[in-house]
Design a protein around this ligand. Structure first.
Ligand SMILES: O=C(O)CCC(=O)C(=O)O
Ligand SMILES: [Fe+2]
Length: 312
């Protein structure tokens, strides 16, 4: 996006917000407001997002740049994923949602980060080495969002409010992975199960979900993957364990890295891409790396089955 387009858009967003506190909006009202911003996005950007949804001509990840105006004064980095946006960050949350709503319905699970529609990917004290978005000093390893749910998001969008030169976002498209046919065949069998993501607050024991790691067509394969929460159902299934190991290596070989900068908006296909983040040092002084995220359900059918934007 050109600098003058970003500035015009930002001014329009401020008019749409009209000094209201968006924290008082219900999730549906918030998304409805974002839909008022969508037609105000530059037409080239809208075309690119719609083409990505329909054909993904340039791959399963798309990076849009320069969405925030130069010199924007954002508040201190949020201190938790579930903090509602304040000040100028409200405009950023609305902007992210106005783009992602072109891919489907932005949503969240009630069990994740207080069910906030727009979540902050920020470092949190004592969480430095966890496998969650709140980590920092530790590597956040390859995963898809919420592989433990069969209704996991189709896409996720990440908008960078504040970058960190060390914390690179990493992606690997499963269609790029080169693996021997017998390993692929093993990964296509339901010989694995995945435990719930630790970022979710779930009542009692949630059973592990059995699944095949790879599914779908040869030309557009899909993946459900989580380095730390996935294992063969049968602990003695050496072939399944080996296929998983080789897949991890194969993903590393096709990794794409990008250091997010302020105003970068990254969309990825959560069914065809795994992602990760490299370590960085958090200062906890309000200047840390800060991405806003929203997850998108691309299926109107699934969304209607939930009957709500924040399903249980
Ligand atoms: O910070 C990033 O680049 C990605 C964060 C992430 O993967 C997550 O929160 O699940
Ligand atoms: Fe993630």
């Amino acid at each position: 996006m050109q600098p003058h387009e970003a500035k015009d858009l930002w001014d329009s967003i401020e008019k749409v917000i009209d000094n209201r506190d968006l924290a008082a909006f219900t999730p549906d009202e918030f998304v409805d407001l974002a839909l008022e911003v969508t037609p105000l996005l530059p037409s080239g950007l809208r075309r690119q997002v719609i083409e990505y949804r329909r054909y993904a001509p340039d791959g399963d990840v798309v990076l849009l740049r320069g969405l925030l105006p130069e010199g924007v004064t954002l508040p201190a980095t949020a201190t938790a994923p579930w903090m509602p946006p304040v000040g100028e960050a409200q405009g950023a949350a609305l902007l992210l949602t106005s783009v992602t709503v072109m891919l489907g319905e932005p949503f969240n699970y009630a069990s994740l980060y207080d069910g906030r529609i727009v979540q902050n990917m920020v470092p949190v004290r004592k969480m430095e080495f966890t496998q969650t978005s709140q980590s920092s000093t530790g590597m956040l390893d390859w995963h898809c969002e919420d592989s433990f749910r069969d209704d996991r998001c189709d896409y996720a969008g990440l908008l960078c409010l504040r970058g960190d030169p060390s914390g690179a976002s990493m992606y690997a498209q499963v269609k790029d992975v080169q693996l021997a046919p017998d390993l692929m065949a093993t990964l296509r069998e339901p010989r694995f199960h995945v435990r719930p993501d630790p970022a979710h607050v779930l009542p009692g024991d949630t059973p592990m979900r059995p699944l095949a790691i790879i599914s779908g067509s040869e030309s557009a394969p899909e993946i459900a993957y989580d380095t730390h929460h996935l294992e063969p159902i049968d602990a003695a299934d050496e072939d399944a364990a080996e296929a998983l190991r080789q897949l991890g290596i194969g993903l590393d070989e096709v990794a794409i890295s990008h250091v997010m900068e302020q105003g970068d908006l990254l969309l990825f296909d959560n069914k065809r891409v795994v992602h990760a983040r490299t370590p960085f040092t958090a200062r906890f002084d309000g200047t840390d790396r800060w991405l806003m995220r929203t997850m998108i359900c691309g299926s109107a059918l699934t969304f209607r089955r939930w009957g709500q934007r924040i399903p249980a």
